[in-house]
Design a binder for this molecule. Sequence first.
Ligand code: PAF
Length: 279
Amino acid sequence: MLIAHTIEELRAHLGGFQHPAFVPTMGNLHEGHLALVRQAKPLGDVTVASIFVNRLQFLPHEDFDSYPRTWDKDCAQLQAAGCDVLFAPNEKELYPEPQTFKVHPPADIADLLEGHFRPGFFIGVCTVVMKLFQCVFSEARGRRTAVFGQKDYQQLLVIRRMVQQFALPVEVVGGTTCRAEDGLALSSRNSYLSPDERAESVQLSDVLQTLATALRQGGADIAGLEAQAMDTLRQRGWLPDYVVARRRSDLQRPVADEPLVVLAAARLGSTRLIDNLEV
Ligand code: PAF
């Protein structure tokens, strides 16, 4: 696996390839990321991953400084998963001056749910993804593919919309969420959980399963079911931001019989976890 720390090195490594398949990450990789790399592999003639902890998508009180950085392990895992090129710029390389040009995604998709509780989050995500796409895909001529995990369901939707509206020549592919045996969605932030919290954390996916089952069985009082799910978490000591059922297509409240996804974000101790399930 070749490692590029600068945009110039990256472009030199990718010069001979036409169809990059790209998996952007913030490092501290787990099986979920590696599954995305394996999914990307047959989709291009070179598999590229990036590791960059993007300050722009963290609020001032969030965990940018303490975000786990596990460079050696990440490199070994990426190599074993078949990644060909790793792009790992430092902040000076990707943001040599303050990034004042930013991508502002529209409120109807980016100011609700995650965007409501983490204002500016999707501006940071879209801006860095746009920039990473310029770095990774600029030498390509044919099909360009980027793979994003469905665990960040809203992020995937926002990126798809950005690609569509800017007519970026990139195909965005969603990767299924990897789960631990008890159902907890794999996430870099799971490493913050104490053993007791880890045992409790499975409740997030359990609550979503219960909500999804109720909806599948025809539960019509969606607001009531959402409130019940929030209460279940609160009674167990969680601080839920939201547990909701939304339309898959745009995350708006359902108005008719439409394909749904249930999504949740909640804090357990000092760790904020998110999860979702298509109904
Ligand atoms: O999902 C992530 O890890 C990040 O939001 C991403 C897409 C790598 C952008 O920093």
